[in-house]
Design a protein around this ligand. Structure first.
Ligand SMILES: Nc1ncnc2c1ncn2[C@@H]1O[C@H](COP(=O)(O)OP(=O)(O)OP(=O)(O)O)[C@@H](O)[C@H]1O
Ligand SMILES: [Mg+2]
Length: 464
C-alpha cells in the first residue's frame, strides 16, 4: 500500500474508511432487522389463522362435519387480502381452497408433511411473477380414524419486498452520503487540527540569522506539539548563542587585527616623514617585526582553533606523562617566574593517551596565565592525580579572584577579563580557548573556580 504523504489526507482516509466499516455494518443490520420484522409479522398472521382453523376443525367428528366446518371457514378466511389457504384431507380430497389456492402447489409438492403437530418452517417461493411466504401445518380432528387434515397457508409478500428494496436503496444512498460527509469532515477536522503545525512552519519561515530571537509561543501550541515546540525553541536558543559568539568573534577579530596594523602604519608613516639614517630605519624594522610576530602568532592561533572546530587536530596518540611535561615546562618558565618572584610547585603524576605537543601547549597556556596573575611571593601549584577512570590536572595560583560573571566566558575566543589591565602582556585572549579545544579533542573537559584569593583551573582527561 502506498502511504499518502499528507497527514490531512491520511486522517481523512482513515476517518472515511472507519466510518465506512461502521456504517456498512449498521446498514446491514438495519436491513436484516426490517426483513425479520416482516417475517415475524407474517408468522403472527399465520398463527392467528391456524388457531382459528384448528379450532373449527377440531370439532369435526365425521367427514360430513369436516366438509361443513371447512365451508364455515370460508366466511372467516375469504376476503382477507393476499392470503391463500388450502385445507385437504389426505392427498386428494380438498376440503376448502381460496380462489388463488393454485399458488400453494410448490409448497404442497416440495415440503414433506411436518412430523410433529407444529407447523413447518416457513418457505418463500415465486409463482407467476409474485413472491409468497407460506407454511404447511396439520390440524387434528375429533374423527375416530383418518389422516390429520393438512393446512397450507401463504401470503403475498411482494409489497413487503418492494418496500424492502426501496428502503435498502435509500439506506445505502444515505450511507454513501454519510461516508462522503465523514471523509469531508475528517479532512476539515484534520486540517484544522494541523493548523498549529502550519503556524510553526510560518514562524520557522520567518527565522533568519538576523532574527533568531523569534520563539514559538508554547501556550498557543497544543499539548502533543509542546515537546516539538520546546525542542525547536531550544535549538533556536543554541543557534542564537552560536551566532552571537560568531559575530562577537568576528568583531573581536577585526578589533585585534586593527591595533597591530595601525601601529605598523603609524611607525612606517613617522619613519617616512623625513630622511633617516640606516640605524634609524633598522630600528623601525625591528619594531615592525615585533608587530608582525604578534600578528603571525594570532593568525597561527586562529588557524589552530579553526582546525579544532572542524575536528582536524591531527593527533598522534601515545602515552603522555603529564608530570614530565610539567617538569619541562617549569624549566622553560623558570627564568620568567624568578624574575616575577613567583614560585613553581608540582606534585603527583598521571599518564594520558594523546598528542604530547598539544597537551604541552594546553598546560603551557594554563601555566603562563597562572604565573602572570600570581602576586610576587606567591607560588603556582600544579597537582596531578588519578581518580577512577580519570586523570585530573589542576593549576592554581593565588591572586585577585576573577569576578564570577566572567567565569563562564573565560574560554571564549578573545575574551579577557580586563583587556586594559594586562596590556603590558600582548596576548590576544586566545590561550584558554586553545587549551579548551585541545582538552576536548582528547575527550576531556576543563573547569575554572576562583574563590578565596585562589584561581584554579582543572583539566579532566579520560585515563587510557
Ligand atoms: N590564572 C588566572 N588568574 C586570573 N585571571 C586569569 C587567569 N587565567 C586567565 N585569566 C583571565 O582570563 C583571560 C583569558 O585568558 P587567555 O589565556 O585566554 O588569554 P590571555 O592570557 O589574555 O591571552 P593569550 O593567552 O592569548 O596570550 C585573561 O585575559 C585573564 O583576564
Ligand atoms: Mg593566556
Amino acid at each position: 500500500m502506498i502511504s499518502p504523504k499528507s497527514i490531512t489526507l491520511r486522517l481523512a482516509l482513515f476517518f472515511s474508511s472507519a466510518s465506512t466499516v461502521v456504517l456498512l455494518a449498521i446498514g446491514y443490520w438495519i436491513g436484516a432487522m426490517v426483513e425479520t420484522h416482516f417475517e415475524e409479522q407474517d408468522l403472527h398472521e399465520f398463527e392467528g389463522k391456524l388457531t382459528l382453523i384448528r379450532h373449527v376443525l377440531s370439532k369435526a367428528q365425521s367427514p360430513d362435519d369436516l366438509t361443513n366446518a371447512a365451508q364455515r371457514l370460508e366466511e372467516a378466511l375469504v376476503g382477507h387480502h393476499g392470503l391463500a389457504v388450502a385445507i385437504a384431507a389426505g392427498k386428494q380430497q380438498t376440503l376448502f381452497a381460496t380462489p388463488d389456492a393454485a399458488l400453494l402447489a410448490p409448497l404442497l409438492g416440495a415440503q414433506a408433511m411436518p412430523a410433529s403437530a407444529g407447523p413447518s418452517r416457513p418457505a418463500v417461493w415465486s409463482w407467476e411473477g409474485r413472491t409468497y411466504r407460506g407454511l404447511l401445518a396439520t390440524a387434528p380432528t375429533s374423527m375416530p380414524q383418518g389422516a390429520p387434515v393438512t393446512v397450507a397457508l401463504a401470503l403475498d409478500i411482494g409489497h413487503h419486498l418492494e418496500f424492502l428494496e426501496a428502503f435498502r436503496k435509500r439506506l445505502w444512498l444515505a450511507i454513501v452520503v454519510c461516508i462522503l460527509l465523514t471523509a469531508l469532515f475528517g479532512w476539515v477536522a484534520a486540517r484544522r487540527g494541523l493548523a498549529p503545525v502550519r503556524d510553526m512552519a510560518r514562524i520557522a519561515h520567518g527565522i533568519s540569522a538576523s532574527r533568531l530571537e523569534n520563539r514559538l509561543p508554547l501556550d498557543a501550541v497544543p499539548e502533543e506539539l509542546t515537546q516539538l515546540a520546546t525542542a525547536f525553541n531550544e535549538m533556536l536558543g543554541r543557534l542564537e548563542d552560536s551566532f552571537r559568539r560568531l559575530s562577537d568573534f568576528s568583531s573581536d577579530l577585526a578589533h585585534e587585527l586593527r591595533t597591530p596594523i595601525s601601529n605598523l602604519m603609524t611607525q612606517t608613516q613617522v619613519a617616512l616623514s623625513k630622511a633617516r639614517s640606516a640605524d634609524e630605519y633598522r630600528e623601525v624594522l625591528y619594531s615592525n617585526l615585533e608587530e608582525y610576530d604578534r600578528l603571525a602568532r594570532m593568525i597561527g592561533d586562529m588557524l589552530f582553533l579553526a582546525k579544532a572546530d572542524n575536528g582536524l587536530l591531527v593527533q598522534r596518540r601515545g602515552p603522555v606523562s603529564l608530570a614530565e611535561e610539567v617538569r619541562q615546562l617549569f624549566e622553560f618558565y623558570e627564568a620568567w617566574s624568578d624574575e616575577l618572584g613567583v614560585g613553581l610547585d608540582s606534585a603527583g603524576e598521571g599518564i594520558v593517551p594523546g598528542d604530547r605537543l598539544m597537551l604541552r601547549r594546553a598546560i603551557s597556556n594554563l601555566l603562563s596565565n597562572a604565573i602572570r596573575h600570581a602576586p610576587r611571593g606567591g607560588s603556582v601549584r600544579v597537582r596531578i592525580e588519578r581518580s577512577g577512570q580519570e586523570v585530573r590536572l589542576s593549576v592554581e595560583n593565588p591572586g585577585e579572584p576573577i569576578p564570577p560573571e566572567h567565569l563562564p566566558r573565560l574560554f571564549d575566543r578573545f575574551y579577557q577579563v580586563d583587556a586594559s589591565r594586562h596590556r603590558s602582556h600582548e596576548g590576544a585572549g586566545l590561550g584558554l580557548a586553545i587549551t579548551q579545544s585541545i582538552i576536548e579533542a582528547h575527550g576531556g573537559r576543563i573547569a575554572v573556580t576562583s574563590t578565596d584569593g585562589v584561581t584554579r583551573f582543572e583539566a579532566i582527561f579520560p585515563a587510557g
